[in-house]
Design a protein around this ligand. Sequence first.
Ligand SMILES: CC(C)(COP(=O)(O)OP(=O)(O)OC[C@H]1O[C@@H](n2cnc3c(N)ncnc32)[C@H](O)[C@@H]1OP(=O)(O)O)[C@@H](O)C(=O)NCCC(=O)NCCS
Length: 183
Amino acid sequence: MEMGSQETQPIMSSSPPGRISLRPMTLSDVDDYMVWATDPKVARFCTWEPCTSRDEAIKYITDRVLTHPWLRAICLEDDRPIGYILIMAVDDIRKEIGYVLARKYWGKGFATEAVRLVTAEIFKEFPEIERVEALVDVDNVGSQKVLEKVGFTREGVMRKFLYIKGSVRDTVMFSFLPTDTMK
Ligand SMILES: CC(C)(COP(=O)(O)OP(=O)(O)OC[C@H]1O[C@@H](n2cnc3c(N)ncnc32)[C@H](O)[C@@H]1OP(=O)(O)O)[C@@H](O)C(=O)NCCC(=O)NCCS
């Protein structure tokens, strides 16, 4: 099954405790997007470089976010994005999950809540999927904790796997199967 475009995807409300909601991003989210996209500490373990101008952010949102097959803004009650979460197709039976949050909101459980919500949604929306994967830098402790809290299995370290900020990094492979128990 092909993933639908963002425009055709429903807004997803979170399950209790319901502190976050997920919705497609729009160009009007550019200022909130810049809060995390310009932050080198947020980008540290990501393959992308921090954004350096509003024009660059508008271009990125237009070219890469609005056209992304499955990317949702993570919003609080005021409907303003504090980050995003996305799904990428690996092949016909596997999808990879990725997420990012503005630094001000780290450590409050929002990423854990978003990953829980989206992992469940993947198996509902794409019943052919046998496995959800997440690839995390060995030093990205926060992201590894998020996945472990949701119930992903840490499968092992893939040596010299991802090129990040000028060096080739060891990467932890996490997975979640439809038969796994979500915590
Ligand atoms: C990774 C990231 C999404 C985690 O988001 P978060 O909302 O802080 O995660 P949570 O609050 O759900 O935290 C889950 C656990 O990790 C812990 N944690 C978060 N950041 C941590 C860090 N840097 N070091 C150690 N523990 C950390 C939290 O305290 C929490 O543990 P607890 O429940 O025992 O208190 C966020 O730090 C981020 O956006 N980082 C930059 C982008 C990124 O690395 N994305 C992931 C790429 S794989």
